[in-house]
Design a protein around this ligand. Structure first.
Ligand SMILES: [Zn+2]
Length: 189
């Protein structure tokens, strides 16, 4: 557990994504194993908190180790450039590799410490419910289509009946005309 400064964005149900982790810098020149150098070198990566006992006591020349607050929502820098950068000439310095130890797990979905997104049950549940909803919607869509299909069938049948009726009526008209003509012809005889 660690304490953090209060901020206006504080939400009691969420954990801040800023947490302490160990940053290891193997091969850092021994004369740079001091708090002042460390602060300068790592200020772009996070907030330096404290040097570990060996770094503070300068008893482990191979590596410097520091406790730092980092933002777990951002990708952690794999290296930093140590040296001078000039506008008109190439930079003079070297790239220092950074390694991390004990990075706390942080879930970007729940915004909580203790597990990461891959292990998140809440997200798993959400994805499952979403998939079910999509399935339900497509089923609904299908039944709707079936219903409109039936309606279309019905309409087609009515249209066909109308056509048949029209043909019959036309036939009847022809028949009456024919009969009338016959009558006239008979009269003329
Ligand atoms: Zn989660």
């Amino acid at each position: 557990m660690w304490l953090q400064k209060w901020s206006p964005n504080f939400k009691p149900e969420e954990d801040l994504p800023v947490a302490p982790t160990w940053v290891l810098r193997s091969g850092l020149p021994f004369h740079m194993h001091t708090w002042n150098y460390v602060k300068q070198i790592l200020s772009s990566v996070g907030t330096p908190l404290v040097l570990d006992a060996a770094s503070y006591g300068r008893t482990r020349p191979s590596m410097s180790k520091i406790r730092m607050e980092v933002n777990l929502l951002k990708p952690l820098s794999e290296s930093v450039f140590i040296g001078q950068e000039y506008d008109d000439s190439p930079p003079d310095g070297y790239t220092q590799k950074l390694e991390y130890e004990g990075i706390p797990k942080y879930c970007k979905h729940c915004r909580k410490l203790g597990h990461n997104v891959i292990e998140c049950r809440a997200l798993e549940k959400k994805i499952a419910t979403n998939a079910e909803e999509v399935q339900d919607k497509s089923k609904e869509h299908q039944t709707k289509n079936k219903a409109t299909g039936k309606k279309e069938d019905h309409n087609n049948k009515i249209e066909k009946m109308r056509l048949i009726l029209r043909r019959i009526r036309n036939q009847q008209r022809v028949n009456t005309l024919y009969r009338q003509k016959l009558k006239i012809l008979r009269r003329k005889r």
